[in-house]
Design a protein around this ligand. Structure first.
Ligand code: BG6
Length: 491
């Protein structure tokens, strides 16, 4: 493998500190850092190399997963880390960074850990100073716009300088172990494929439930909301991997082509459908385990003024449908929200009931099969199956049981995070787990229509108390189809 220099623009910012240095540390911890990798954190604010290293070290000591701090591994990472003061929007400044810190023989990865509004300027500066070579890779992440139009504008600035093969768009959900396990589950096990369609699956649910509120991100969040923050990217990516056709190969082009087909087959939800197919919610004050929690409009914010009339959704539930041969008629319910009762993410596959039931007297207890794919916490898969109640009761009384497969021993800790896997892939130049421009655009197109529908109909948010399961409207939406949400730790 050739040597790589990774230049982090925004190298002492929030994203770099919270996500990038810890994930680089995990690569080191797992002995996965490719030989010859050097990391150059650049920022405008002057600071010495010692100050920079001390800041990263302190952060890691306090924030890496419990028990995983190892002094020797940190020292190894520290020996690759350099601070470079400079203004990445200025070609001369970048040239100076290049001359002082970069190795002309090494491949260059530039990670833009900065707000998207300056992506264009940095790309132009990289181009002007000759750093945008054919082999340079550029890493960016959300928010990539807040609509199709704004995404196209941001992307045009990147594409002016870099080809699609050079662009790595991160969706950190694709770095999660269980999300990748979806590919293994579906395509490395022959038993599921014949069942994975509308003939055998009644409906699918995808839930990403968060306990946290919006905290000190109120201003950002208020312009974003749950649909743009979570559905447009993470939930739709999970939906794609759950429902896409088998790709011809496990490479970037094949996987991304299949995901794009799913996004393009999503049934449009516009003004005439939003009332039936979507629910928007906003949390009010609530209580959990004796602790009171403020409502969205009462969050403390010293930096921003809270708009008391905000209609931003902190919860959204959507009944989606993929209109293709495999899935036509199968509801795919998506749900995500802040300040809910628990933190968990799950995909549940609800299989159809047998048409002919020989256990008629057990009708009540005869549940359909269900597969729960848990993304977090305790990643794993559970399959609900029926079995006979042990004993001498007359007939064959039924009860449901569970086949469990945890990906780690319960409680055992993963020694990396989603970002480490993705950064590892950037360093290996593998785009399979990154999102193509066409996918992001198609996802925005679908989400934009929902927003248009909300605007046209004036559909308002429904309130739900912090610490609850969300607004009742979400239950009503499923009840209309004779379904109910699968809640955590139920079978
Ligand atoms: C981010 C959102 O993309 O994902 C956050 O901006 C959200 O609002 C986070 O909290 C959730 O990620 P995870 O990995 O904690 O489920």
């Amino acid at each position: 493998m050739t040597k790589t220099d990774m230049l982090i623009v925004g190298g002492d910012g929030d994203l770099a500190l919270r996500k990038l240095y810890p994930s680089l540390y995990y690569l080191e911890l797992n002995d996965c850092m490719p030989e010859g990798t050097r990391i150059i954190g650049s920022a405008r604010t002057a600071q010495s190399q010692e100050e920079f290293l001390a800041k990263v070290e302190k952060w890691l000591k306090e924030n890496v997963k419990k028990g995983l701090y190892d002094e020797e591994k940190w020292q190894r990472l520290a020996s690759r880390l350099t601070f470079a003061q400079g203004d990445a929007t200025n070609p001369e400044s970048l040239k100076a960074i290049e001359e002082t810190y970069l190795d002309s023989d090494a491949a260059l990865v530039v990670y833009l850990a900065i707000p998207p509004m300056i992506f264009g300027k940095v790309c132009s500066a990289l181009d002007a100073c000759g750093l945008a070579k054919e082999t340079t890779r550029l890493v960016v992440e959300k928010p990539l716009g807040d609509s199709e139009e704004s995404f196209v504008a941001i992307n045009a600035e990147l594409a002016r300088v870099f080809s699609e093969e050079q662009l790595f768009r991160i969706d950190h959900y694709l770095g999660k172990e269980t999300v990748q396990n979806l590919l293994a589950l579906r395509f490395a096990n022959d038993i599921f494929e014949p069942l994975w369609n509308a003939n055998h699956i009644d409906h699918i649910q995808i839930t990403v439930s968060e306990e946290v509120g919006v905290g000190n991100r109120w201003d950002f969040y208020n312009q974003t909301g749950a649909t743009r923050d979570m559905v447009q990217n993470h939930l739709l990516q999970v939906l794609c991997l759950t429902c896409m056709e088998p790709p011809a190969k496990l490479d970037a082009d094949s996987v991304r082509t299949e995901k794009l087909k799913v996004l393009k087959s999503l049934k449009v939800i516009g003004a005439k459908d939003v009332h039936h197919n979507t629910v928007r919610g906003q949390y009010t004050a609530g209580e959990k385990n004796g602790e009171t929690m403020p409502g969205y409009l009462e969050e403390e914010s010293d930096k921003y003024e809270i708009d008391p009339n905000s209609q931003t959704e902190t919860f959204v539930a959507i009944k989606a449908e993929i209109q293709n041969w495999r899935w036509s008629g199968v509801p795919i319910y998506l749900r995500t929200g802040k300040r809910l009762a628990s933190r968990h993410s799950e995909i549940t596959i609800h299989f159809r009931k047998k048409k002919h039931n020989i256990f008629e007297e057990n009708h009540e207890n005869h549940a359909s099969n269900r597969m729960v794919i848990r993304l977090q916490p305790d990643e794993g898969i559970r399959l609900r199956v029926m079995s006979k109640v042990a004993g001498l009761d007359a007939g064959i009384p039924l009860e449901s049981g569970c086949l469990n497969m945890f990906f780690a021993e319960k409680g055992e800790q993963q020694k990396h995070d989603a970002y480490s896997r993705l950064i590892f892939d950037v360093l290996r130049n593998d785009q399979t787990l990154f999102v193509s421009a066409a996918e992001v655009q198609a996802a925005w197109q679908w989400v934009d229509q929902i927003f248009q529908g909300w605007e046209d109909t004036g559909m308002r948010v429904q309130n739900y108390p912090a610490g609850s399961l969300g607004p009742n409207g979400a239950n009503v939406m499923l009840a209309r189809d004779g379904n109910e949400w699968h809640e955590i730790d139920t079978l």
